[in-house]
Design a protein around this ligand. Sequence first.
Ligand code: ZN
Length: 696
Amino acid sequence: MSRYAQRVKLFLCPKNVMKKFGLALVAIGLLSQCTKTEKSMQEEDASKPLAFDVRFIDTTVSPCDDFYHYAIGNWMKDNPVPGTESRWSSFNILAKENRDKLEGIIQDLSNEKKKHEKGSDGQLISDLYRSFMDTVTREEVGTKAIQPMLKSVIDVSDMDGLASLLGNFSTMGISGPMGMYVSRDAKNSEQYITYVGQSGLTLPDREYYLSQEQKFVDIRANYVAHMNKMFELSGMKGDGVGSLILNLETDLARIQWDRTKMREPELTYNKVGRTSFVGSFRNLRLATYIDQLKLAAFDTLIVRQPDYFTQLDELLSSRSLEVWKQYMQWKVVDAFGPACNQSLEDEHFNFFSRQLRGIQEPKPRNERGVQLVDGELGEPLGKFFVKKYFPEESKAYMEELIENLRSAYKIRINELTWMGDSTKERALKKLAAFTYKIGYPVKWKDYSSIDIQAGTLVQNLVNCNVYHFRDMADKLGKPVDKDEWYMTPQTVNAYYSSSGNEVVFPAGILQPPFFHPTFDDAINYGGIGAVIGHEFTHGFDDKGSKSDWDGNLNDWWTSDDRSRFDVLTGRLADQFSSYEPLPGMHINGQMTLGENIADLGGLTLAYLALEKKIGGGMVQPIDGFTWQQRFFLGWANVWKQNITEDELRNRLITDYHSPGEHRVLGPLANLPQFQDAFGCTGKPMVKPEAEMIRIW
Ligand SMILES: [Zn+2]
């Protein structure tokens, strides 16, 4: 999986996305032991899994009062968050099952009698896994593994030296206050261009530095103690370093843009000449920095947050070089310390997992080893995964579903009362231009150049990072690779890319509870069908709608239609902002707007597509539920989850998606189809019809 800021919209937060290469991406929850109840044991028969288990339903709750707790309330009671997790949901369960499959693949490769050829998939996978599992060698080497990196920080003696270090470190996956990367040009999707953006925070969001709420004051105190401890365990003087670094990161947080502002595609697209941009700073030695990245020649670049760089330039001189060096030492220790020995790993876990996210204990080492290999060598591992586990028949079913969703979208656009004819015509043009990918890439990336050796974990991680950086950066000046995937096939997720105007569904999500060829249509349409509709709708959400059929940022709307759209989406933002999942903490309706539009659109479209498919035909109820009811039960089943309070707090600040519960309650309140299915007119679950928001 690419870790760079791709212009893609995910169905949920990306897993395994690391704050590498200086990009402000969010690392999120990973998974562990499956606490299977008797009920889910029933789903073990892979040839005919249960489409929806009625024992998940809590009949003490009325579907018209609270459909979420009605549909999956019993599941929630039976499935608390395991100690190794911060969240337990359909996604976690499925990802855990996928990891078990991946572990089997890794074990088979490791046990092969024949020696793997250097650079082959088998060699890379088995040796990376081995280097993670070999804790004896790791303890022997200890922090010696990061000494050369720390020494290169100590050797810095001036601002040019610092710029050179920042550039070099960014290719190794050690982030600093800015990140430069190569991606498709948002205004010309036929070419790659260089982007530069803000970066460098270690806590999950700027809010963690700036909020005066007691919870965040406490987190900052713990963070300072954590940094001091990590320095000490790395054999350096830790006293007082933590608070210096916290102060510096707080200054960075102050000048950084927040997540809502970052969603504005026009604001973050500022094309400038390289020479004039580089020449506009006194302390930021960008020429030296860029040299280290070894990019192909370029004349222009896109600056994501222009005023950030002006202020960073001032900040560079207002703090001593010594403080910047301590900060960069911290970045080294944070990135690779946990790979050096057990005590650093434990301390890292204690702060980032236990204190920040409410995880009680680490997953077993073998499971974390699989996660590591999956994160670093996702495509090589994915090749084996799809060969063994992806039924090719799923592709045909998905193609039919996707086309049915496209037809439904066409009907909806034509029927819209708030949109004028000329905008409709262009919306239909964009819809017709959508392309899709299913399962896995038609062509695989070549990983053979990565040097991986058993027994050198830190070096292996650095080498993987350098590979991923070069894979991204070396695209500059080359034709756009339209076959590239931004997710690995085994990922339980999906995405829409506005530059490609394409929707992508990895093999990992084409499994129960989202989809199975033996499920009734209602469950498949309420699951994967709504996921497809969700991704399609990203092309028409508040952000995606600003790009055209060729994937270029380009206004194709009349101003009247845009105003009417903004009024509708503003109402949806208000609806979500009114939810308060934690006392005193509301959903950020603006930040999550694109995802909430996509959920509402996705459900509307999937329902219509299902209705068309069934036609006037009779469908027998299953377990006493009509197909209309099962459609919504299918959607709730996808979003079943339990979550720790710390993780929920983290996500309310960092996740562009609403919590699972509100991904069910929020859209359903606006759907007359839901109201009719369960007879909920006038009940708390639904709004009065005149107030229901209908966008797509
Ligand atoms: Zn999405």
